[in-house]
Design a protein around this ligand. Structure first.
Ligand code: UD1
Ligand code: UDP
Length: 373
């Protein structure tokens, strides 16, 4: 019996790891343990509840206004005892958060093998996204199993000198999560508020965008909305109080936008599937919206998800007010430009990533996901 411990702490990690927890729990040769760091609290609990995952350990490290030192040192200190007690054969971490990096570092100190889910995403600029690009590169040095979502992610690892025998192309587990979420008969009071208007879906949270870039985003969005009264926007806002203040400063009084509390992942996917287009700086939403054929204006200067840009559904629009304004406006005015972006494609997976990862951990034959080849 192999003891596998999954460690995660934020909303996006939970959305992408819970389907894997549930797949591993079905496997007879694997004992599955879950440790959450609680880097996020409410936004994490929302996901755990959705997927019926009850953690074996909860480090509960979140505090309001936490900084990178707080998160990193608290996890490093608290997770030691859990790892020493359980002595897992392998620890699985996900992506690029501070939970991911600190956990991988703790495993390295204790010489516990690490499996990195969503390995190999790169911008090659360690300040963008900050600190995520550093986190994923650092975990890439430590990890023994690298579950790359796409061929391109695997190629990044090969170029960095990773042993090809430790790289597995699995697809992204978020596509597994998405298999059951979107329903034809879905309703929500906020969608009723949208009514016959065209629906713009907005999210924004990146640490490096806090401050002027986020104010620029909000100002650009407001200007466009006010020029086009037939559009309405919904923005489920992140719980970070700094983001809430910026949104209040720039968007209050604009009656075409509803700023609402974070929504559950089932709601989020159904909102994405019904929107006209999405403006976001989220990583996960860049992977989800292409499946529904929804154009995404990515309010960042870089992306580690070039597959969606190549497929035509994502457009990088930076964080300057005029550029966001111009790109947003173009998609509302120019039907050809909109149509070019609005086609369903799925460069990130086929919904079987969790099965592949579980097969690999059980030592079974695995067939790489190869749609992008
Ligand atoms: C973290 C990750 C980021 C990921 C994002 C997903 C790091 C450094 N950053 O950034 O990679 O894209 O999560 O959303 O790991 N808060 C709450 N309740 C919650 C969650 C957050 O109140 O459930 C508030 C707290 O005041 C907290 C703040 O939000 O201090 C920021 O949370 P934090 O995890 O530090 O950073 P994120 O910006 O969420
Ligand atoms: N999401 C959600 N509720 C929300 C906003 C986002 O469930 O109110 C989901 C979304 O579907 C995606 C993930 O959260 O799966 C993205 O998380 P976030 O943007 O916070 O982080 P990132 O992906 O940028 O790391």
């Amino acid at each position: 019996m192999k003891k596998v411990m999954l460690v995660f702490g934020t909303r996006p990690e939970a959305i992408k790891m819970c389907p894997l927890v549930n797949e591993l729990k079905k496997r007879k040769k694997i004992q599955t343990l879950v440790c959450v760091t609680g880097q996020h609290r409410q936004m994490l609990d929302q996901v755990l509840e959705t997927f019926n995952v009850v953690p074996d350990y909860d480090l509960s490290i979140m505090k309001q206004g936490q900084n990178l030192f707080d998160i990193t040192t608290n996890i490093l200190n608290d997770i030691k005892a859990v790892l020493e007690k359980e002595k897992p054969d392998i620890v699985l971490v996900h992506g690029d958060t501070s939970t991911t990096f600190s956990t991988a570092l703790a495993c390295f100190y204790l010489q516990i093998p690490v499996g990195h889910v969503e390995a190999g995403l790169r911008t090659k600029n360690i300040y963008s996204p900050f600190p995520e690009e550093f986190n994923r590169q650092a975990v890439g040095i430590i990890s023994q199993y690298n579950f790359a979502p796409t061929q391109r992610a695997a190629d990044n690892l090969i170029r960095e000198g990773k042993n090809i025998n430790n790289i597995y192309i699995t697809g992204n587990t978020v596509i597994d999560a998405m298999k059951h979420t979107v329903k034809a008969d879905y309703t929500h009071p906020e969608l009723e508020w949208i009514g016959d208007a065209k629906f713009i879906f907005i999210t924004a949270h990146r640490r490096e965008n806090i401050g002027e870039p986020m104010h620029n985003m909000f100002r650009a969005i407001r200007r466009v909305l006010e020029e086009y009264p037939e559009y309405k926007a919904i923005y489920p806002i992140h719980m970070n109080p700094v983001i809430r203040k910026a949104a209040k400063d720039e968007l209050s009084g604009c009656n075409q936008i509803h700023i609402i509390e974070p929504i559950g992942v089932f709601d989020c996917h159904n909102f994405e599937a019904r929107c006209h287009l999405c403006l976001t700086d989220s990583g996960g939403i860049q992977e989800e919206c292409p499946s529904y054929g929804k154009p995404v204006l990515v309010m960042r200067d870089t992306t580690e998800r070039p597959e969606g840009v190549e497929a035509g559904t994502l457009r990088l629009v930076g964080t300057k007010e005029e550029t966001i304004y111009n790109n947003f406006k173009e998609l509302l005015e120019n039907q050809d430009a909109y149509n070019k972006m609005a086609h369903a494609c799925n460069p990130y997976g086929d919904g079987h990533a969790c099965e592949r990862i579980a097969d690999i951990l059980e030592g079974k034959e695995y067939v790489a996901w190869n749609v992008c080849k």
